[in-house]
Design a protein around this ligand. Structure first.
Ligand SMILES: C[S@@+](CC[C@H](N)C(=O)[O-])C[C@H]1O[C@@H](n2cnc3c(N)ncnc32)[C@H](O)[C@@H]1O
Length: 374
């Protein structure tokens, strides 16, 4: 299967149920003004690479862009955006069905919008080299990428190691097992042909190598829109200019101790997981991980998901571990204390744990005080 036909399957799975609507477009327009300033888009030529549903392309046109070159490898997405623009009489969005990984594109612009795509390109460096050459020297680039060392990275990677849907039909055949919040993420993260998780330094280095420097780290769209932030997933969203800068892109700050526990226990479970259970393990993990996410917004507007999501994922792994007769010997050496605390907790016994022994673990803290049922 060529890259383009894989992308077609993947884009169908993601966007079949999504339509552009007024309040969404209005929010996108406001976000573009937040990123580029009130007049930053006016009169500019914008390249929206991998436009997906076309929400950003249309929002750029509404912000006064002179022209928007909207590119996507999926024919279906291109057909839909062309007909939307025709219906709405939007004349300055030019839709191109293309894939720069496979063929050169004769395009050029002042602003490059690279939102939600870089982490899906297998050879991101060669791709960027070709694409950044299309941007005017005094132009700007907005790039987004998935962040490494997050709870989301661990969870998606663990699930993808068990099931990776090759096309839309196989995703649809399994999709009724997924809860709505999990389904919306799984149709991207379990279908996408490729995912890279960059840390802040690696992400910035891809651009600096090509002469583009970070000029601002901005909030991602959902947290900006809802005035929240999520502890379990913080994609990097950075504006780059062709001008030296000292801007330091802040790295992700998850609780590494909890990630270490999940990685260790997850690897022990995965090593014992028979082929016949791998799909159900991955789907159960997605359902578990996303069950709390939308509910836990604190009074300060922050999602309080980090500790709670890690705790739910941990209990899920513990259930799988007991089902598969995982024992302490199967775990990395540092996790013996966690395992013993979990076994005591399951029996309802009092246990002494030192939550700081792993550098401050929310999972261990809860194990000390909670009798868990799995
Ligand atoms: C996560 S989605 C959407 C990203 C979109 N910019 C957004 O903000 O919603 C990824 C999109 O990238 C397209 N795509 C994937 N790889 C591509 C490539 N190499 N070239 C062009 N489009 C690609 C897919 O067809 C899909 O529409």
């Amino acid at each position: 299967m060529s890259d383009s036909s894989r992308i077609n399957h993947y884009a169908n799975a993601m966007f079949r149920y999504e339509v552009l609507h007024e309040s969404w477009l209005h929010s996108c327009e406001r976000y573009l003004k937040y990123v580029f300033g009130d007049d930053g888009v006016h009169g500019r030529v914008v390249i929206d690479y991998a436009f997906g549903r076309g929400n950003w392309a249309v929002a750029f046109a509404r912000c006064g862009a002179a022209r928007v070159i909207a590119i996507d490898a999926s024919e279906d997405n291109c057909r839909r955006l062309r007909s939307y623009c025709a219906e709405q009489r939007i004349a300055n969005v030019e839709v191109i069905c293309g894939n720069l990984v496979e063929q050169d594109l004769d395009i050029g612009g002042d602003l490059l919008w690279l939102y939600g795509i870089l982490h899906h390109v297998a050879d991101a460096d060669s791709f960027l080299e070709k694409l950044l050459a299309k941007v005017a020297p005094d132009g700007a680039v907005l790039a987004y990428t998935y962040n490494a060392n997050s709870l989301r990275e661990w969870m998606v990677s663990a699930a993808r190691a068990c099931i990776h849907f090759k096309d839309e039909d196989s995703f649809r055949a399994h999709s009724l097992w997924l809860t709505p919040a999990a389904r919306i993420r799984a149709r991207d993260d379990l279908v996408a042909p490729h995912i890279t998780w960059d840390d802040a330094a690696a992400f910035v280095a891809r651009f600096v190598r090509l002469g583009w420097h970070p000029s601002a780290q901005v909030q991602d769209f959902p947290p900006w829109l809802h005035d929240t932030h999520s502890g379990e997933f913080n994609p990097y969203v950075v504006k780059f200019l062709r001008r030296e800068s000292q801007l330091f892109v802040r790295p992700q700050e998850d609780k590494h101790a909890d990630l270490e526990i999940l990685r260790g226990l997850g690897a022990a479970v995965s090593a014992r997981l028979p082929q016949a259970m791998r799909t159900s393990f991955a789907i159960g993990l997605f359902n578990t991980h996303f069950q709390m996410a939308p509910m836990l917004i604190g009074s300060d507007g922050a999602y309080k998901t980090n500790a709670q999501v890690a705790w739910e994922d941990f209990k899920y792994l513990l259930y799988a571990a007991t089902l598969l007769s995982v024992s302490e010997q199967d775990l990395p050496p540092g996790l013996g204390g966690v395992w013993n605390a979990a076994m005591c907790s399951l029996r309802g016994e009092h246990r002494e744990v030192n939550a700081d022994s792993l550098g401050g673990s929310a999972i261990l803290e809860r194990l000390a005080t909670t009798s868990i049922r799995i």
